[in-house]
Design a protein around this ligand. Sequence first.
Ligand code: S3P
Length: 179
Amino acid sequence: MANSNKNGDERVKRIALTGFMGVGKTSIARHLAHLLRCERLDLDSLIEANEKKSVGRIIDEQGIDAYRRIETDNLRLALARTNARIISLGGGAWTVAENRDLIRNEGVTSIWLNASFTHCWNNIRFSKKERPLARDKASARLLFDERKDVYALADWHFVVKQDLTSFEIARQIVDEVFC
Ligand code: S3P
């Protein structure tokens, strides 16, 4: 079920998926790009390609502030240069005001994939992706609670039900956001 903060008849051209770690942004973006037959870009993958290091390693070696600067630079590049209609952000990108401004100023529609903490934590736990900001459940929970209000600033809120696959979620987004 999606709630929109925008006027319903506005045409959606490009979208940025945000939401907590483990919510499924990357895989939902992959299905969306397939369903809409368009290009997609994953911000963390772009950073890893440009920096030639994993996001986890950048955070561990250079710290979170340095990582956020790299993330903003890459977001700016991505928004200016790519034709990708679907952009999946890292979970912290939307929490930075400068990034939200960049996204809005480019006319990109933001979608918050809103799932329960349990859903996100179960995915984080079993994922191979190194997430320095979610190494234990208590710190992840704290971050999850802290970020809710800022994710809610996204144009669309999409409640992710635990029993749906990424493909089914992508189908619902296409139906509700793009039709
Ligand atoms: C982060 C989320 C990660 C990655 C980095 C920081 C965050 O991406 O960008 O570890 O601050 O929430 P995912 O949301 O894809 O895990």
